[in-house]
Ligand binder design. Structure first.
Ligand code: KIV
Ligand code: ZN
Length: 519
């Protein structure tokens, strides 16, 4: 049996139709191009009959993406099939994907049709699709809850009518792995012409089993896996593409199959989808979550520093992340602390490390995460606080729908006062630029979030900013009912930390020079 598993991505169809995930045409095209770079085999670009927008997006993707098969979804209805074909006909590798429910439950309550009627409709739809497109896929919706004998009958007839790919979905995420795998085994055993088609799985995640079920399907002869980036999709989502791909790669010896996916593009694809839809990936999500390659526990950090394979089953680089992150928090040990100081350019003696570690533990008990500027403050001042070089005295904004946002900022440093104005892309940008003009320090904003502490118009906004100055990252936080003022305060806090850090380093250098000259 062929040991290549074909990856069928349905992010733009099953994923996009779920709440909070809709994308416009330009966004769909960007994602489709990224899916091409990821080297998925099939992109299900949409359901062309469902709306004019969907039709146009599928058509645009079909015209522009040449190296993947482009599939358009259709019910077993002539108008659907014609519309799907119209949308994909210009692509290099078109596929019409027709589906019809086969479980008695769906036949009785949804379709109100007999088994015979459904069988007939499936056959004539596949025949019609095959008269238009070179490749046809047929899906038995709710296959995992369909009577096996009837399922085999429909599968045999669909293949006979011209379907080259037979997809047997677990539409409602009800199956468990052994059961789902056994269904494919049985279909392969009972359907006489099964050798003429490729079997496909399509799993939903209602019980959190979508990836496990997909793997069970592969172990039972399935060679096409339908999945979505970040596992987005109806209700609890679809099987997650990145998890399946990395399971196949990491457990290659056990599973004995491969995909053509360029796994180093996984993070980029996941982040692009999140930024296009605003659907944030949970921190602890496998493969692409922020914590997937981060370690905080002291024992784990120590192990990772000795040899990454102690606690990492795949490298962060294999999914497109630059390096493992050792998060410094209350569970971290001396070893990780020493390592981080070394990365920041401080070589600590055992005594220095011991006293820094004591302070670190005291602060870590109060704070969730300890950042680089906290570490520097610990080292030099024995406290966690950074002195404020600049203070925000006043901020005035002019902004509007037809006005270029302008900020006038007043800062104080000791007894001096500075006032300057700047324009920007928005009021926050203008405020940061005005601050930069006065301090002469230019930062690059690498992270920015605003969280409402309560609901309502008068909610306090908690602003968090991570800003890069001279290649190092500094954090700023502020809470304010005015999010622009809060953002300016947070930016200034990060900038003050950068100034304090530079002062400490200059002082350390000067002391070294004095020491040497004394020798
Ligand atoms: O979940 C499902 O059954 C589907 C089919 C249309 C393939 O999405
Ligand atoms: Zn589905």
């Amino acid at each position: 049996m062929e040991n290549r598993v074909f990856v069928f991505d349905t992010t733009l169809r099953d994923g996009e139709q779920s709440p909070g995930c809709s994308m416009n045409m330009e966004e769909k095209l960007r994602l489709a191009r990224q899916l091409e770079s990821l080297r998925v085999d099939v992109i299900e670009a949409g359901f062309p009959i469902s709306s004019v927008g969907d039709f146009e997006a599928v058509q645009a993707i079909a015209r522009q993406v040449r190296s993947c098969t482009i599939a358009g979804l259709a019910r077993c209805v002539k108008a659907d099939i014609d519309r799907a074909w119209e949308a994909i006909r210009e692509t290099a590798k078109p596929r019409i994907h027709v589906f019809l429910a086969t479980s008695d439950l769906h036949l009785k309550y949804k379709l109100k049709k007999t088994r015979e009627q459904v069988l007939e409709e499936a056959v004539s739809a596949v025949r019609h699709a095959k008269s238009l497109a070179p490749e046809v896929e047929f899906s038995c919706e709710d296959a995992s809850r369909t009577d096996i004998e009837y399922l085999c009958k429909v599968v045999e007839a669909a293949i006979e009518a011209g379907a080259a790919i037979i997809n047997l979905p677990d539409t409602v995420g009800y199956a468990v792995p052994d059961e789902y795998g056994a269904m494919f085994k049985e279909v392969r055993r009972r359907v006489p012409n099964i050798g003429k088609a490729m079997l496909s799985s399509h799993c939903h995640n209602d019980l959190g089993l979508a990836v496990a079920n997909s793997i069970a399907a592969i172990q039972n002869g399935v060679r096409q896996i339908e999945c979505t980036v970040n596992g987005i999709g109806e209700r609890a989502g679809n099987a997650s593409l990145e998890e399946i791909v990395m399971a196949i790669k990491t457990r290659h010896e056990l599973l004995g199959v491969t995909t053509n996916v360029n796994n180093e593009e996984l993070i980029k694809t996941s982040r692009l989808l999140s930024s296009l839809t605003g659907m944030v990936v949970q921190r602890n999500k496998a493969i692409v979550g922020a914590n997937a390659f981060a370690h905080e526990a002291g024992i784990h950090q120590d192990g990772i520093l000795k040899s990454p394979i102690t606690y990492e089953i795949m490298t962060p680089q294999s999914v497109g992340i630059k390096h493992t992150q050792l998060i410094l928090g209350k569970h971290s040990g001396r070893h990780a602390l020493k390592q981080r100081y070394a990365e920041l350019g401080y070589q600590l003696s055992d005594a220095e490390l011991q006293s820094a570690y004591q302070l670190f533990c005291a602060i870590a008990d109060k704070k969730k995460e300890i950042f680089d500027d906290d570490l520097e403050a610990i080292l030099e001042t024995g406290t966690q606080t950074t002195e404020e070089e600049y203070q925000l005295v006043n901020l005035q904004i002019t902004s509007g729908t037809n006005l270029r946002p302008t900020a006038t900022v007043e800062l104080r440093r000791n007894t001096e006062t500075f006032v300057d104005s700047a324009t920007g892309d928005g009021p926050v940008d203008a405020s940061c630029r005005a601050i930069e003009r006065m301090t002469g320090l230019n930062g690059k904003l690498t992270e920015y979030s605003i969280k409402a502490v309560h609901s309502g118009h008068d909610a306090i906004g908690e602003v968090f900013m991570r800003v890069e100055f001279d290649g190092l990252l500094y954090n700023g936080r502020a809470a304010n009912t005015d999010v622009v003022a809060g953002s300016a305060q947070a930016y200034l806090e990060a900038l003050n930390r950068a100034v304090a850090s530079k002062k400490r380093k200059d002082l350390q250098k000067a002391e070294t020079v004095v020491d040497r000259s004394a020798v």
